[in-house]
Design a protein around this ligand. Structure first.
Ligand SMILES: O=P(O)(O)OC[C@H]1O[C@H](O)[C@H](O)[C@@H](O)[C@@H]1O
Length: 295
């Protein structure tokens, strides 16, 4: 049974989708069409591909090759209408609390929003801070890429090491690997997540501290594994290169905990912000993806 909630003014309305008349009709249609051949759908309807494909937002979607008859499609659309999909989508865009387990909005859409319209969370337009952070990431990453950003001894950055774990490691790691082909020819990327010291030692042994930039990636700045690795990296930097005052030229943070990051030695303007209204650590459009800009 599929049960879901619609949150409206913080009142949860519980729907049992699988008990709806439309769902049951779809269930019967599934049995009726189980032996249909997709090839016959095309023979009987030469317009099927045009009807069941679309281009939107740079994506091409082709669902004509799925086991979906016209009747099934009609019922699926009815099901979406009956289950208040449009209303739920509007709730998502307007910052309503639809993440019911964590009691917060799901505003990845605000991070992707490039228009001028405001997006409100608790009555406050969050777009200005998103725009400011985007700009901050852009300026910083461009300075690293162009070589304008210098390490403590005046050399440009050649290696970027992300130190994080869980959501602060896996998402950015996947995205950087996927887009490696487009990376800056003079920049190399490394990810350290393992609490076993051999991982960071192995990475550091190949690097020059004067040309390495560390991203301490931790939403809370309190995760033991990440802090241990970050402290190891800072010690390595201090033993082999600069002094305490130089840490800010080689360490930045992706975190909500500005205070802890600054106590670590990171400059305030190089603590890139997360927001509570996006759950988890990673969204392609959040600052977590800022490693991509370095590429
Ligand atoms: O970003 P942080 O606060 O350092 O948390 C990083 C990770 O910590 C733990 O491993 C949690 O189980 C993960 O869900 C989280 O992604």
């Amino acid at each position: 049974m599929i049960t879901y909630f619609i949150y409206n003014k913080r009142i949860a309305l519980c729907f049992q989708l699988t008990r709806s008349v439309t769902w049951q009709a779809l269930d019967r249609l599934r049995d009726k069409t189980a032996n249909d051949r997709i090839r016959d759908y095309f023979t009987n309807d030469p317009q099927r591909f045009e009807k069941m494909s679309l281009r939107v937002g740079g994506l091409f979607l082709d669902y004509s090759k799925h086991h979906v008859s016209d009747d099934v499609l009609t019922k699926l659309i009815e099901l979406a209408d009956h289950s208040a999909l449009v209303q739920r989508r509007a709730q998502m865009f307007s910052g309503d609390i639809i993440n019911v387990t964590e009691n917060r909005p799901v505003l990845h859409t605000a991070l992707r929003h490039l228009g001028d319209e405001p997006v409100y969370v608790d009555g406050e337009d969050v777009m200005p801070e998103i725009t400011r952070t985007r700009e901050q990431i852009k300026l910083f990453s461009e300075a690293v890429r162009s070589g304008e950003w210098k390490g403590y001894s005046g050399k440009r950055i050649k290696d970027v090491v992300n130190i994080g774990i869980g959501g602060s490691d896996l998402g950015p790691n996947m995205a950087v690997r996927a887009l490696l082909k487009y990376r800056h020819p003079e920049l190399h990327f490394h990810f350290v997540s393992n609490v076993d010291g051999t991982h960071i030692q192995k990475v550091l042994s190949r690097l020059d501290p004067a040309t390495t930039l560390f991203i301490v990636s931790t939403k809370t700045f309190s995760t033991q594994e990440t802090l241990l690795n970050a402290k190891t990296a800072r010690r390595w930097f201090l033993e082999n290169a600069g002094e305490d005052a130089d840490v800010g030229a080689h360490f930045i943070a992706a975190s909500t905990n500005r205070k802890a990051a600054m106590e670590f030695g990171i400059r305030e303007e190089n603590v890139f912000e997360f927001w509570a209204w996006v759950g988890g650590r990673y969204s392609m459009y959040s600052l977590s993806a800022c490693r991509l800009r370095f590429q």
